[in-house]
Every structure is written in structure tokens, then in C-alpha cells.
Design a binder for this molecule. Structure first.
Ligand SMILES: Cc1cc2nc3c(=O)[nH]c(=O)nc-3n(C[C@H](O)[C@H](O)[C@H](O)COP(=O)(O)O)c2cc1C
Ligand code: SF4
Ligand code: SF4
Length: 260
């Protein structure tokens, strides 16, 4: 198939998914445009794909599912019989239904998933798990995956000829109700506003950036990552109490899965 451009749409509060999406897109070898939908301020962007464009969707796995923000973003995209590549990034526990779910959502919009990958990155909440991931070995797999995807697209006669990819996952999807722990700011905060602007949920008020609106916060930890003062944290005791057993259960290294 003759493809003119790739449009890479990603959500990445902890920046690891964005990094994986960019490296993958670069190695595909087409011109590509990036759409970072992380901040609540960037969510209104209308994206339209021509029939000779490929969509890459990259998102972190939350509770074994596609993060809601990516699900909602799909409503703001105009498709024209496109093929897509999906990249689910997870924190070494499990990605469960996160590939099947996006394939179902895209199929309902007439989009065919040509390839899918599940890659591992340092867990944004349980930071002692998958430390240093993605690492050199992950990057080699990612680059090789991009080359194989390119080869598949080059050899594809037409959109119609693309067969449905068999992806892991179950119906009904795993239930996910969020995480009760929410970060908040401490005395180190100098009210620079970086977390306010970057929060995906607009959960941090400009007038008081130490506060978190718990009804909006999705515990993405983006504010923790972006804060130059290291001022936003989860409750230390409760966090440590959950992190130790989590690491014992899910600490063993997993490898990326690719489907082409
Ligand atoms: C709210 C939340 C839920 C998560 N759920 C899972 C999960 O179900 N399985 C898993 O292995 N990792 C899970 N993770 C870890 C993230 O998928 C992982 O850290 C990912 O790299 C985050 O991407 P980012 O750095 O682009 O934000 C979760 C992280 C968050 C913040
Ligand atoms: S306040 Fe909550 S939703 Fe907003 S960046 Fe921080 S963790 Fe994410
Ligand atoms: S990024 Fe840190 S220092 Fe800046 S407003 Fe947020 S909590 Fe305060």
C-alpha cells in the first residue's frame, strides 16, 4: 500500500508511552505527525486521517484496559478506511484486554488494526517495578517491530485485503474502577503552574496547586513527574504498604509481545 504519512496519537502523563510512540514512528520510516493528547488543554484537537495515512495509537494500560482519555479521543477523529498500529504500554503487571478493546473500538469506526504491540515501562505508581524499562533490549524489539510493520504495509495490496489480527483479551473486558490513592502537593511547591497545565483531568487548581480534586484525578502521576520541585506525592505510608507486595507479585521481568 502506498502510504503518505503517519499520524501518531498518544497519551503519556509519565512520558514513557510518548517516548515509545515517537521511536516506533520514526523507525516506520514515513513522514509522521505527533498528537500529544496528555494535557486537558490539548484534548479538543480535531484529527482527520486521509485514506493514505496510517494511525498509530499509543497509550498506557490502566487496570488492564485502554485509558478512558484515549477511548474518548477516538470520537474526535475522522477516519477514512485507515489502517492503524496500536501500542499498549504497561508496568509489568499485565495488559489484559487493552489491545482487544482498542481493536473493537477502531473496528466500529471502520479502522483495521494491522499490528499491535504491548511494551513494558517503569510502573508510574509502583515505581520499584520495571525500573529502567524500556531498556536497550526493549528498544531493539521496538525497532525490529517497526521494520516488520513497514514491510507488512509495503506488501499489502489494499485496505480490503488486510485480514483481522488475532489479539489477546476477553469479553466482557476486565472491570477497572480507578485507584483510591491521589497525589497532592507539599510545602516545596512554588506555584510554577507546570502541573496545573499538564494535568490530563484539570484536577489541580491554578490558585492552589498543592490541592487535588480527588473526584477528577485519575492517579496518572503526571504531576509527580513534571514537578521541578518534586513537590507532588502519594501518601508515603499507604504507597509503601502497597508497593512492597506488588513488587513481590509482579517484579519478575516480562518481555514485549508483538502481533503482526
Ligand atoms: C492509574 C494507573 C493504572 C495502571 N494500571 C496498570 C495495569 O493494569 N497493568 C500494568 O501492568 N501497569 C499498569 N499501570 C502502569 C502504566 O501502564 C505504566 O507505568 C505506563 O508506562 C505509564 O505510561 P506513561 O509513562 O506514558 O504515563 C498503571 C498506571 C497507572 C497510573
Ligand atoms: S492530579 Fe491526578 S490526574 Fe492530575 S496529573 Fe496529578 S495524578 Fe494525574
Ligand atoms: S509543578 Fe510542582 S512547584 Fe509547580 S505548581 Fe505544581 S506542585 Fe507546585
Amino acid at each position: 500500500m502506498d502510504i503518505k504519512k503517519v499520524k501518531t496519537i498518544f497519551f503519556s502523563p509519565g512520558r514513557k508511552t510518548g517516548n515509545i510512540a515517537s521511536i516506533f514512528s520514526r523507525h516506520l520510516g514515513y513522514d509522521y505527525e505527533r498528537y500529544d493528547i496528555t494535557s486537558h488543554k490539548k484534548r479538543d484537537t480535531k484529527i482527520e486521517l486521509a485514506s493514505d495515512e496510517v494511525a498509530v495509537f499509543a497509550y498506557p494500560v490502566y487496570g488492564g484496559r485502554v485509558v478512558d482519555i484515549m477511548v474518548n479521543q477516538l470520537e474526535n477523529i475522522v477516519f477514512n478506511n485507515n489502517i492503524a498500529v496500536v501500542l499498549a504500554v504497561y508496568g509489568n503487571r499485565a495488559y489484559e484486554d487493552a489491545l482487544l478493546e482498542i481493536q473493537d473500538l477502531l473496528e466500529a469506526k471502520g479502522v483495521k488494526v494491522a499490528a499491535a504491540g504491548a511494551f513494558i515501562a517503569n510502573h508510574s505508581i509502583m515505581r520499584k517495578v520495571a525500573v529502567g524499562r524500556p531498556d536497550e533490549k526493549d528498544m531493539e524489539i521496538l525497532e525490529d517491530f517497526a521494520k516488520k510493520v513497514r514491510n507488512k504495509i509495503d506488501n499489502l495490496e489494499s485496505f480490503e485485503k488486510l485480514e483481522k489480527l488475532k489479539l489477546p483479551g476477553n469479553h466482557p473486558y476486565r472491570k477497572y474502577n480507578g485507584i483510591p490513592l491521589k497525589p497532592k502537593g507539599n510545602r516545596k511547591c512554588v506555584a510554577c503552574g507546570a502541573c496545573v497545565n499538564n494535568c490530563p483531568m484539570n484536577a489541580i487548581p491554578k490558585e492552589n496547586p498543592r490541592y487535588t480534586d480527588k473526584s477528577k484525578c485519575i492517579t496518572c502521576m503526571g504531576c509527580h513527574v513534571i514537578c521541578p520541585q518534586n513537590a507532588r506525592h502519594l501518601n508515603v505510608l499507604l504507597h509503601e504498604l502497597s508497593e512492597i507486595p506488588f513488587k513481590m507479585k509482579y517484579g519478575k521481568r516480562k518481555e514485549p509481545d508483538i502481533f503482526i
